[in-house]
Ligand binder design. Structure first.
Ligand SMILES: Nc1ncnc2c1ncn2[C@@H]1O[C@H](COP(=O)(O)OP(=O)(O)OP(=O)(O)O)[C@@H](O)[C@H]1O
Ligand SMILES: [Mg+2]
Length: 333
């Protein structure tokens, strides 16, 4: 993949999401810069609590108190800043521009409504107009796109298997052809075979729609299979970004290196199990680089200086002082 040739669709700059807790302020998303290209599949990985869901919810403007977006921009290629939309525009924007495939399909489907009914209702609520028959046809087409037979429209959620429910949620998410699909561990509750099938469907849809997909996940095998680029999060920070092949074969950040080496094999199923050292507390974060207390390559400087994002190449970044050295030396004066 040639990143240089790809157009940026969403430009996230300085995204900050904080949670006001009794014990202080937690910076759940900490100064994140990320560019998503048009029509790419981007995977976001990192251990539990690293801020992946928070980042997705921020883009959807669904952060609830005690959390709040404390800063940043997320600008679409047409100039629209998702973080600056009025509440009314947030609603209009959802599904049409940005849609989410939730983790627990069960919670997002209405248990007392037939699948077809709720899909049609959602479309109407988002301003779509048409006759009952027209909506029926649209629903049937959407179900077909996600590999479900039209009869599923007449069923209630409890009559569907977990995999079918997740497919119904995907059908709902793509119903207004969004340009950005945010998928938060969409298959984590399902067995491996169903997971892979659903990821395949998501991939086909992404290609058909030309949408950009931001997939959050723990499973490195699934990520490697699905994503073109990945971002690694640690303590609310994006510490490394690059193509899947590059990040997996040639990880640059010490955290990524540890994560990759802790996975038995990319071909096999592997999940992040954590790495040595005490997990990060966002309420009592270390100075300098957040990872320095656990980092085998940390120097004295890492305890004091916060690393910025260093560009290693097109679409390839790392946030680590090891890579800032050269720049510092090369800088005039
Ligand atoms: N309701 C809340 N109240 C206080 N802090 C919160 C709340 N929700 C999230 N956080 C903070 O945000 C951090 C990031 O949480 P988030 O759910 O985004 O992590 P994640 O990467 O999605 O983890 P997981 O892999 O377990 O889903 C948490 O470590 C926590 O400190
Ligand atoms: Mg999460």
């Amino acid at each position: 993949m040639n990143n240089q040739a790809r157009e940026v669709m969403l430009d996230i700059q300085g995204l900050e999401v904080h949670f006001e807790t009794r014990r202080g302020l937690a910076r759940a998303v900490n100064d994140v810069d990320l560019q998503l290209y048009k029509g790419e599949r981007f995977g976001l990985v990192g251990e539990s609590g690293s801020g992946k869901t928070t980042m997705i919810l921020a883009l959807l403007r669904m952060i609830k108190t005690p959390g709040f977006i404390a800063g940043g921009r997320a600008v679409f290629d047409d100039g629209t800043d998702l973080l600056a939309l009025s509440p009314e525009d947030v609603r209009k924007n959802r599904l049409r521009r940005v849609a989410m495939v939730p983790q627990g399909a069960m919670n997002s489907l209405n248990p007392v409504m037939r699948i077809g009914q709720q899909m049609a209702l959602t479309m109407r609520e988002h301003g779509e107009v048409g006759t009952g028959e027209e909506f029926e046809a649209r629903v049937a087409k959407l179900l077909d796109q996600v590999g479900l037979v039209p009869e599923v429209a007449d069923l209630y959620p409890h009559e569907l298997s977990g995999g079918m429910k997740q497919r119904a949620c995907i059908a709902q998410a793509i119903s207004l052809s969004p340009r950005l699909i945010l998928a938060d561990e969409p298959t984590s509750a399902l067995d491996v075979v169903v997971q892979r099938q659903i990821m395949q469907t998501l991939r086909q849809l992404q290609l058909q729609l030309g949408a950009t997909v931001l997939l959050v996940g723990h499973d490195m095998g699934l990520m490697a299979q699905f994503a073109e680029r990945v971002g690694i999060m640690y303590g609310g920070k994006l510490v490394e970004v690059g193509s899947v092949a590059d990040v997996f074969r040639n990880p640059q950040h010490p955290y990524t290196q540890l994560l990759i080496s802790s996975i038995p094999s990319f071909e096999r199923r592997g999940t992040f199990q954590g790495i040595p050292g005490v997990g990060l507390s966002l309420l009592d974060s270390p100075s300098g680089c957040l990872f320095h207390p656990r980092c085998p390559q940390a120097t004295e400087r890492c305890a004091h200086v916060e690393p910025g994002l260093t560009q290693l190449g097109p679409g390839r970044q790392v946030s680590c002082l090891l890579y800032e050295k050269e720049e510092t030396h090369a800088a005039p004066s």
